[in-house]
Ligand binder design. Structure first.
Ligand SMILES: [Ca+2]
Length: 326
């Protein structure tokens, strides 16, 4: 059977690391490249984090590309402490002084266009950071979305609940204009794992303990980078998620990745148009789910609503049992 071809566009924080490992562990997935974007941390840190994840899993031959350092409009605002200032929990001491030599010379956006053009209608694009590289790709090559097999996005929201602002989810809030461009112009098959989707299909903290206490290098790595991170604190009511959804473990980016790897992980979705609010004084960056098609758009996306949590759990467990032979 032909392998599923995948490009991962990431702002490599802790949940991105988990999602990347899930792709690396999937026997029928070939990761063509990993493109980096600012978000959880500066793009230079993102590049180093991706290299670190590939090193832990002994998959350093996968090419890594540096992409956008900031949003299309306004200053880069990456100073977030969600996953620490370095994106991986601020605990890793052994920085690679030669990391820049290990990043490809080609820009992430050029690489994305090239890899997709070389494998037309075969590549799934997994977008688990701000959507700046994708927006630039469609500007450089207007035919880019039509050459994709499909697009998976972790981002946006479906109930108007925000995690960084009142109404906006982090990835969309970091670059609302890019999110708008992607949802208007990527007319390929598109699946969206919103913030509320991930939270509504959360896993218990007991599962998290089981996950990171497995006997393998990837599990030990995950245990290390989550050890001092408040986002992985079981202490209740420390964040907006707990207020809305109660205490739970949510590995956001893994929700989009799991569905790409095994479509049966997604058990329910809403097919409808969506749009990003750009003008609102309190809702800028919010994704609006247009179930009655008042926007009169002729393109619909799949907004994920229900997940097979048992299958997701198995994929998560397997992703941390690495390195594995492939
Ligand atoms: Ca991410």
């Amino acid at each position: 059977m032909a392998k599923k071809l995948l490009i991962i566009d990431t702002d490599c924080g802790i949940d991105d690391a988990q999602a990347i490992m899930m792709a690396l562990a999937a026997p029928d997935v070939e990761v063509l490249g990993i493109t980096c974007v600012f978000g959880n941390t500066a793009v230079e840190n993102v590049c180093q984090n991706v290299l670190k994840v590939l090193s832990v899993c002994e998959r350093q031959r996968i090419p890594v590309f540096r992409g956008s350092a900031g949003p299309l409009v306004g200053p880069a605002n990456t100073v977030r402490d969600h996953f620490g200032t370095d994106g991986l929990g601020d605990v890793l001491k052994d920085k690679d002084p030669r990391w820049e030599e290990k990043i490809q010379r080609e820009h992430a956006v050029s690489a994305m266009i090239r890899l997709v053009s070389e494998n037309q209608n075969q590549v799934s694009l997994m977008a688990i950071g701000p959507l700046t590289n994708l927006a630039l790709a469609v500007r450089l090559d207007p035919g880019f979305p039509q050459k994709l097999k499909d697009l998976y996005i972790m981002g946006g929201n479906m109930e108007g609940k925000g995690n960084v602002t009142l109404c906006a989810e982090f990835n969309f809030a970091m670059d609302p204009e890019s999110a708008y461009i992607v949802l208007e112009e990527f007319l390929c098959t598109t699946y969206i794992a919103s913030w509320e989707y991930a939270c509504r299909n959360s896993l218990p903290w007991e599962f998290f303990e089981q996950l990171v206490n497995q006997d393998a290098p990837a599990a030990r790595f995950m245990k290390t980078i989550t050890a001092k991170c408040w986002a992985y604190s079981k202490e209740a009511m420390v964040n907006k998620r707990d207020v809305y959804f109660g205490p739970c473990f949510v590995s956001y980016d893994a929700y989009a990745m799991a569905t790409c790897i095994d479509s049966s992980v997604l058990t329910e979705s809403i097919e409808c148009p969506v749009r990003v609010e750009l003008q609102g004084s309190i809702a800028r960056g919010m994704m609006v789910v247009d179930r009655t098609n008042q926007l009169k758009k002729n393109h619909s996306v799949f907004v994920m609503t229900k997940c097979d949590c048992a299958k997701l759990s198995q994929l998560l467990l397997k992703s941390l049992r690495q390195p594995c032979r492939k």
